[in-house]
Design a protein around this ligand. Sequence first.
Ligand SMILES: [Zn+2]
Length: 119
Amino acid sequence: MRSPPSPLTVLKRELRSLSLPNKRALLRWLQSQITKEEEQNANREMISSQVGREVIQEQRIGKTVYRQERIRCGKPGCKCMAGELHGPYWYSYCREGGKVRSQYIGKTLKTEGELQGSC
Ligand SMILES: [Zn+2]
């Protein structure tokens, strides 16, 4: 018994009969799909919260995510280990060269004008 061909195999067989301009158009379309999906994945990754942090609220300005969090510092015997977290404090998160950079802002979030270029 043969297993059914994968969707990609079926697709390839059909695509072979496409004209060259259509193949080029398909390639461009595929490229844009990939770019879009990669951007979405990057954003999703950026939004995921860190372990030991409780997110109170979140705000996005451009490519930067501002997040108000309560922190568990992890020091043994600290009040946060008993559930009394520190903060809340504001942090900014942005993606730079494939890495997420976080920055401590403080107890209050600045105005949108002040936040420009904070990342
Ligand atoms: Zn603590």
